[in-house]
Design a protein around this ligand. Structure first.
Ligand SMILES: NC(=O)C1=CN([C@@H]2O[C@H](COP(=O)(O)OP(=O)(O)OC[C@H]3O[C@@H](n4cnc5c(N)ncnc54)[C@H](OP(=O)(O)O)[C@@H]3O)[C@@H](O)[C@H]2O)C=CC1
Ligand SMILES: CC(=O)N[C@@H](CCC(=O)OP(=O)(O)O)C(=O)O
Length: 337
């Protein structure tokens, strides 16, 4: 059996570590290349000691032609902007790419450039790249050269909202998405806001009314549901390593919460990673799994949807492995179950 040869660009970051960790347990894929500007010459295990003894792949400076020559697929774990340039160069050298950044997620170039404040390096490709959520786009993912891996917060909102909007069970306006994330969501590079003393014993709302995941949620729910949707999204930073909890307030549209729960159960009946549950456990959600749990509660003229995910698993690297499995004709759960 020939294994899928995987490259990891941006190998020093948190999503890269998580994708490498998951790939160590994948029976039909192997890490064959890794890149970073800062750690050129070291190995993946030297940079991430938790991989010691399991991954001596050398880290090199990113050269698209060299990496493409070694790999069947590259996990591009770079920040937006830098990622689009790299994805473009990789595709020119005939390698498939899973892009962790937001560079190819949105339908509209204008919306991208407004919210990200940069000129897009590959504008022709915006709006023509499949969104990496196999729950809705598996057929396109299977044949894609580039997959736009979803944002972590958007995953926690798109999965519960889309089926309910599509079935007309909730109103398309006045939707409030209130989300909390662990600190690893902000990446591994040093920033004052994510220092231990700033985050420990604290909780903070940030980018209120201006977070770039608002337009991503609106775009994707609208696309999937076939109806324009406006949400109000507020993220919060919480003193956890990882994890996302989204509490979503919606207006009922003359339908009961039982109907909403049934709609979600029907939508995700065959889905290996989305669990619709009667009660979310009061105990800690298990980190590092690709599973999403969601439920709905009745609150008079409103309903409250609650969705819990792991930002580094289903919110990033787990979703990327799921996408890779779909791209290479493997069972969706391989290496993730
Ligand atoms: N963390 C999370 O929970 C999630 C992250 N994402 C997205 O995944 C991507 C990676 O995130 P994450 O792993 O957290 O980020 P990190 O900050 O932890 O790592 C980023 C990596 O990119 C490299 N890098 C940084 N700037 C540049 C540049 N200008 N050019 C080339 N390489 C660069 C760094 O390596 P070096 O400096 O050594 O070259 C580093 O390896 C981002 O686009 C992020 O938005 C998406 C969903 C969830
Ligand atoms: C806690 C925290 O800071 N989270 C990040 C979201 C990470 C992510 O998914 O970002 P991309 O869409 O850029 O890939 C943030 O709010 O910027």
């Amino acid at each position: 059996m020939t294994k899928i040869k995987v490259g990891i660009a941006g190998a020093t970051g948190y999503t890269a570590l998580e994708v490498a960790r998951l790939l160590m347990a994948h029976p039909e894929a192997e890490v064959v290349a890794a890149t970073s500007r800062a750690e050129d010459g070291n190995t993946l295990a030297e940079v991430h000691p938790s991989l010691a003894g399991r991954c001596d792949v050398p880290i090199e400076n990113l050269d698209a032609k060299t990496i493409a020559g070694k790999c069947d697929v590259v996990m591009c774990c770079l920040p937006h902007g830098a990622s689009a340039e790299t994805v473009h160069a990789l595709v020119q050298h005939d390698v498939r790419v899973i892009d962790f950044s937001a560079d190819f997620r949105l339908s509209s170039l204008e919306v991208y450039e407004k919210w990200y404040g940069v000129k897009h390096p590959w504008p022709e490709r915006v709006g023509k790249t499949v969104y990496g959520m196999p729950e809705f786009f598996a057929d396109e993912i299977a044949t894609a050269d580039v997959v736009a891996n979803p944002g972590c917060y958007p995953t926690s909102a798109i999965l519960p909202l889309s089926p309910l909007v599509k079935s007309g069970l909730i109103e398309t306006t006045d939707i409030i998405v209130d989300s909390k994330s662990g600190v690893s969501g902000a990446g591994r590079s040093a920033k004052v806001a994510t220092l231990y003393c700033e985050t420990n014993e604290s909780i903070a709302a940030y980018a209120v009314g201006s977070h770039r995941h608002g337009p991503e949620i609106n775009d994707l729910v609208s696309r999937i549901a076939g109806a324009p949707v406006q949400t109000l999204f507020t993220p919060h930073l919480t003193p956890m390593d990882r994890g996302i909890l989204s509490t979503i307030y919606v207006r009922k549209n003359g339908h009961s919460v039982d109907e909403m729960m049934q709609c979600l159960r029907d939508q995700y009946a065959g889905s290996p990673f989305v669990n619709v549950v009667d009660h979310l456990p009061a105990t800690k959600h298990v980190a590092g799994t690709n599973y999403v749990q969601m439920t709905v509660r009745d609150c008079g003229d409103r309903a409250v949807l609650v969705c819990v995910i792991d930002n580094l698993a289903k919110g990033a690297s787990g979703a990327a492995i799921q996408n890779m499995n779909v791209m290479f004709g493997k069972p969706e759960t391989m290496g993730l179950a």
